[in-house]
Design a protein around this ligand. Structure first.
Ligand SMILES: N[C@@H](CCC(=O)N[C@@H](CS)C(=O)NCC(=O)O)C(=O)O
Length: 202
């Protein structure tokens, strides 16, 4: 059985969303998100850097959400959630898939980390503002690319939308007033998917 170790609202949302879209069976194991538990030997045995999510199956354990998504895509073929490797838009698909976590989620993660590490009076406001500005640049790049399209590759929903969708969800939580207006139709379109609604509630 596929197990997804998860905390509501965190990156395991991507993995649950994908399983729902693909019809893959899974079990959610809710974990204690306290720093103390995430530092415990029990949790570090599953995720050596103390983060979530973790996914396990008969083959072993993974602790990087994009790798989990890619693994599930490759192990559950045929599926329609990634273009064929020979397709013209395969490179574009890879770009947005990776961009979601490597470039867009990075400054957002720094805002979260800064908030956790420094209490209000120690917060360095220009640092947070700089990270927000970097995230907005990324959101704008997504918004510009999806203008006039339903999904990042056009009419076809792919796992790149799942990767991006979670990062946009994170941006909405952290910098709600700075989401570019022309990103909203795409984001609303993603939010209308039942699979995302199930994943957000999990
Ligand atoms: N690149 C990793 C990032 C994992 C990550 O940062 N997870 C967050 C929750 S969504 C976390 O556990 N944060 C706690 C911390 O960094 O202390 C992934 O995509 O799995």
């Amino acid at each position: 059985m596929l197990r997804i170790y998860h905390v509501t609202g965190t990156r395991g949302t991507r993995v649950i969303w994908l399983c729902e879209e693909l019809g893959v069976e899974y079990q959610v194991e809710k974990i204690d998100f306290s720093p103390a538990y995430r530092r415990s030997p029990e949790w570090r045995a599953l995720n050596p850097v103390g983060k979530v999510p973790v996914m396990s199956d008969a083959n072993g354990t993974l602790f990087e959400s994009g790798a989990m998504v890619q693994y599930l895509l490759d192990r559950n073929t045929p599926n329609t959630l990634q273009p064929d490797r020979s397709a013209a838009d395969y490179g574009l698909y890879l770009q947005w898939f990776w961009f979601a976590e490597a470039t867009l989620a990075r400054p957002l993660g720094e805002i979260v980390n800064h908030g956790r590490a420094f209490p209000d009076e120690q917060k360095i406001v220009p640092v947070v503002e700089e990270m927000a500005a970097r995230a907005v640049d990324c959101l704008q790049a997504v918004a510009d690319h999806v203008q006039g399209k339903r999904f990042i590759l056009g009419d076809t929903f792919t796992a790149a939308d799942i990767m991006l969708g979670y990062s946009i969800m994170l941006a909405e939580m952290l910098i709600p007033d700075q989401i570019p207006q022309n990103l909203l139709p795409y984001w609303q379109n993603l939010q209308s998917r039942p699979a995302l609604q199930i994943a957000r509630a999990a």
